[in-house]
Design a protein around this ligand. Structure first.
Ligand SMILES: *Cc1c(COP(=O)(O)O)cnc(C)c1O
Length: 486
């Protein structure tokens, strides 16, 4: 372990100490007062830390060690797929021909980059079972919105203007209803049954002439595969609606089942989850969207296509919903995903799913003795426990999450999905070894025992981190982002 208590250097500023050197000015000095309105001119020197270059180096290195990432430890954050990001992806993304292309270069001079994007589209078409794919959206939620805008455009083109409702199960990812709203559509919630799956009777009740689409997260946020998909597809299609598949967590079904074969019309993927784009700090991401043939006219433009031996941007798409991202999507993440797919191969991708599901089920079964398991079924890539047994002892799920920090683990997702009391959503991912899974399980068991025997140690956790329990609401609403002189 590193020394967490090491003081951050910025707080020990020494007047006159300098950490940089600039060359002599070789242009005339500007008179700023002639350029800026008076109110914007400083009257005093800014108060900045005065430190040496070495001090700055140590400051940022110390800060970086306070961060938790997949490269530093286990990160079982449910629904986020914090799995290992292979370093070969980084090497390939740094190739000059990829890293140094300019987005405004003529297509004839970036044929290699376009070929990679075109090829990636073909792989994703194969993986999802759809007819065409766009790589423009920059995140999962952005993909959802793009897909819904295409569905909207499709209904409008058919003069079907009353289709304004999107049916979203209560076990869906939280971004789904948000995307529907931003796309100008209205969300209708459909309930889960006692098995944690979409209640078909409730679905039949809400579906109708105003249905634009059903948006299904599969596996749902309980980590459960929706067993009645074919029936759901029939119900929604019979009513004239489209079927949207939230495929952010495709590592649960990759190379085993394809949304296209299940009857879905639109699917989005999260290349920054399943396909190993690093996403610890919130981005950049890539959320490609696949569609069936009747939605192809509405794809965002330009569409990357092949004409003869040449790769080109096709702007001649009169029914397109337009561009959804400047330039061509987050190219670097697409390069990483492409590298991942090519280096894994079809058998490797099949193994991904098998290990993701095996790891989650192994962990779920071993923990089920110590924590409540609200849905006692085989899970897919993740599973959900409830901390209600511990809550009766005065230990909340939040306390359990904080206690995990003492052992160097990133906590799981907590209090989501909302339909499980004191929810703990764990996604081990396929890249972790059995030893890592066992160590985490042992600590979770230890915490369950502490809740019974010594609840204070859990309630007051974390004990070993630089900062203890924070007032999270104030930290988010009134963050101190400026250097404050000690
Ligand atoms: C992560 C996730 C999303 C949202 O993806 P972002 O890239 O964070 O916008 C949507 N659905 C599911 C199931 C997810 O896990």
């Amino acid at each position: 372990m590193h020394n967490q208590d090491q003081a951050l250097i910025f707080e020990s500023s020494t007047p006159g100490r300098i950490g940089y050197s600039l060359p002599e000015m070789d242009v005339p000095e500007l008179d700023l007062s002639s350029l800026l309105p008076e109110g914007y001119l400083r009257s005093e020197e800014p108060e900045l830390p005065e430190v040496s270059e070495l001090d700055i180096m140590r400051h940022y290195t110390a800060l970086s060690r306070r961060n938790h990432g997949v490269d530093s430890g286990f990160y079982p954050l449910g629904s986020c797929t914090m799995k290992y990001n292979p370093k070969i992806n980084e090497n390939v993304a740094r190739f000059n021909g990829f890293a140094h292309v300019h987005p405004l270069q003529d297509e004839s001079s970036v044929q290699g980059a376009l070929e990679l994007l075109y090829d990636l589209q073909q792989h994703l078409i194969e993986i999802t079972g759809m007819d065409e794919v766009t790589l423009q959206p920059a995140a999962g939620a952005h993909g959802e919105w793009t897909g819904l805008m295409m569905i909207r455009a499709y209904h409008e083109a058919n003069g079907d203007l009353k289709r304004t409702k999107v049916i979203v199960p209560d076990s869906a990812h939280g971004t789904n209803p948000a995307s529907a709203t931003v796309a100008g559509l209205e969300t209708i919630t459909v309930k889960s049954n006692e098995f944690g799956l979409v209640d078909l009777d409730d679905l039949k009740r809400v579906v109708g002439e105003d249905t634009a689409a059903l948006m299904l997260t599969n596996p749902n946020t309980l980590g459960l595969f929706e067993e009645n998909i074919v029936e759901m597809a029939e119900i929604v299609h019979a009513a004239g609606g489209k079927l949207y598949y939230d495929g952010a967590n495709l590592n649960a079904v990759l190379s085993k089942a394809r949304p296209g074969d299940m009857g879905f019309d639109v699917v989005h993927l999260n290349l920054h989850k399943t396909f190993t784009g690093p996403h610890g700090g919130g981005g950049p991401g890539s959320g490609p969207v696949g569609v069936k043939a009747d939605l192809i006219p509405y794809l965002p433009k330009p569409v990357i296509t092949k004409r003869g031996e040449e790769f080109v941007f096709d702007y001649d798409r009169p029914q397109s919903i337009g561009r959804v991202k400047p330039y061509y999507g987050n190219f670097g993440i697409n390069v990483r995903a492409y590298t991942y797919i090519r280096s894994m191969g079809p058998d490797g991708l099949k193994a991904v799913t098998e290990y993701a599901v095996l790891n989650a089920n192994y962990m779920m079964r071993r923990l089920a003795e110590y924590y409540d398991l609200p849905f006692d079924k085989h899970c897919k890539h993740e599973f959900v426990l409830s901390g209600r047994r511990q809550k009766k002892l005065g230990v909340r799920t939040l306390d359990i999450a904080k206690r995990l920090l003492d052992f160097g683990y990133h906590p799981p997702t907590i209090y989501f999905p909302l339909n499980v009391e004191e929810c703990i959503m764990i996604e081990p991912t396929e890249t972790e070894s059995k030893e890592t899974l066992d160590s985490f399980i042992d600590i979770m068991i230890q915490i369950a025992k502490e809740a019974e025997e010594n609840p204070e140690i859990v309630q007051e956790a974390p004990h070993t981190t630089v900062v203890g329990r924070m007032d999270e609401a104030t930290a988010a609403r009134k963050p101190i982002l400026k250097y404050q002189k000690a």
